[in-house]
Design a protein around this ligand. Structure first.
Ligand SMILES: [Mg+2]
Length: 171
């Protein structure tokens, strides 16, 4: 059943039959299915835990690691379909509706090639730890206070005491 010939309805029916054969629908409430999606997503994430960018690339090309990730991805999707079945959600329509919302929220002309809002920290270069060579986690910046490179002209005073108020800081 490859993607090219399998519909979402086919998968939903297959998953529903699997659940019905085991009389598991009694356990499939929205909360527990949402929890299960998160647990399986965490298992997928575990495949890449502690990996830097190079190690993620290597894992993505390793047949055994790819197989583990493939099956965890399937776990996530199966529980998503179970939740769709339990709540009688038209998943295809939901995905299209959500993409339409995202299209308005992230217009291509403003977000092409960007992972963050314009003005946020993506322009900063990745930092590596000197001792291990691993990538440092990105700077965590509240959305309301974007981290920016200083735009202070060299002729401006350098501190609050001198009258300079750093962007986004409360004094
Ligand atoms: Mg799993």
């Amino acid at each position: 059943m490859p993607d090219s010939t399998t519909t979402l309805a086919d998968l939903r029916t297959t998953v529903a039959a699997f659940v019905a054969a085991r009389d598991w629908s009694q356990f499939h409430n929205a909360k527990d299915l949402a929890v299960s999606i998160c647990i399986e997503a965490a298992e997928l994430l575990e495949e890449f835990q502690w990996h830097d960018a190079a190690q993620v690339t290597a894992a993505s090309n390793d047949p055994e690691a790819r197989e583990r990730a493939r099956l965890e991805l399937a776990d996530v999707l199966v529980y998503c379909l179970c939740l769709g079945n339990a709540l009688e959600i038209d998943v295809s329509q939901a995905v299209q509706d959500k993409l339409a919302i995202a299209d308005r929220k992230y217009p291509p002309e403003a977000y092409r090639g960007r992972a963050r809002k314009p003005g946020q920290i993506q322009e900063l270069r990745p930092v590596r730890y000197a001792r291990t060579g691993r990538l440092a986690p990105p700077c965590r910046t509240p959305r309301s206070r974007p981290c920016r490179a200083s735009s202070r002209p060299s002729s401006e005073p350098a501190s609050a005491a001198d009258g300079w108020r750093r962007p986004g800081r409360r004094w």
